[in-house]
Ligand binder design. Sequence first.
Ligand code: ASP
Ligand code: MG
Length: 463
Amino acid sequence: MKFGGTSLSSANKVRNVSKIVKDHSHHHQITIVASALSGVTNSLVRLSEQAKVSSSEKIAIELDKLSELHTNISKNSIKDSKIKDEVLENISSTLDELKRLLEGISALGEITPRSRDLILSFGERLAVLVIIGALKDIRVNAKHFNGAEAGIVTDEEYGEANPLMSITKMKISKTLQPLLSKGIVPVVTGFMAATQTGDITTLGRGGSDFTATILGAALSADEIWICTDVNGMMTTDPKVMPNARTIPQLSYSEALEMTVFGAKALHPRALEPAQENKISVRVKNTFNLSGPDTLISNDQSVDRGEVAKSVALIKDVAMVNIEGAGMVGKPGIAAKIFDTFARKEINILMISQSVSEANISLVIRRNHLEKIINTLEISLLGRGFANRVNAEDDVGVIAVVGAGMQGSQGVAARVFKAVAEKGINIRMIAQGSSELNISIVIKEKNCEKAVMAIHEEFGMGKP
Ligand code: ASP
Ligand code: MG
């Protein structure tokens, strides 16, 4: 069971989580994964950025805030004074360690990707201290581990490390399995792991989900629960469409298509270990555990002629168009363009090229636009590859997802018709040959209207 930061952001919530763990531990062997309390990782990111230039006073102010947050929640969620004192003591020594690190960075005036990961790992380390205290307080036999101690081994790609699964599986089953057999509940920090030589790494933002599925795979879990603050994965954003509902079942591939859509979704790689080991993942609401949830499994079932299961909206994107007769019939142009994006470390969300080859359009996150546009001009225009590079930053992407679209005719037609009937112009289209996803680009101001029209057209809101 993985609990996200929003499930742990107050004393009441921590108590609620402990109670859930206790109730389930009577009949199941469970392992807990905790992510940092809400906002803490962001604050550590800020601290790590500021540390090289900040004074120790400034660092102390931020650290005080972290101390207050974790101390208050512990004080109000743990009754037993002996347990409470021990937790407070551990919080304070953990923060001392963090302080020494930040002062080291400040003295050096330099932060490396490796020390950054070490700093970011403190959010989860603090969270676990709080939870373990609350669990012991209600007599749950629990033991905490950081991800490295639990046995997650990664490569050295700091900030976005990749688990080395064979060794990880072996180590985890050695450390955690014996505890489970004895009825002890392991509580593991999400997000953090270590290289083979023991340097701390992180699994990328939202990485606690990944921790959960790595552990689940290593322990051959029956199910992996991602407990968050919404009722599973929804047909669309309920803020846009009030009749949006929970999607009861998704295949791994469908869920993967949906992971890019905003903060509430899963870490994009989290489904890999689950899929490889055919373990079902449930996305549940911590505050409504018996309410609707989403089961992600191998089953690519298409219920009730449901062709499209969800429609999502991705804002804050920009479309880049590269045009020119010089591109026609010339191998290597696309490679050149993609390489330019890659060298600037810019992720491409969507690609489209017509068969005339005179135009390639790409969609990227909007905040990357400035960084890329000049570079593209220099690397393409000057050499006669393209004669025009332009960008539109007032667009959004609408993505329609569903396994039922595969091999079924007329789905695209229905998407386009629904949008056209609202008088909305489509700027760009992409569908991978997996046929699980149709994505369109339209003006941002029309996005909500388009989402509503598509949600209606496919009857997604009907129970
Ligand atoms: N705390 C980390 C983050 O915010 C990992 C997680 O929450 O899953 O990215
Ligand atoms: Mg998260």
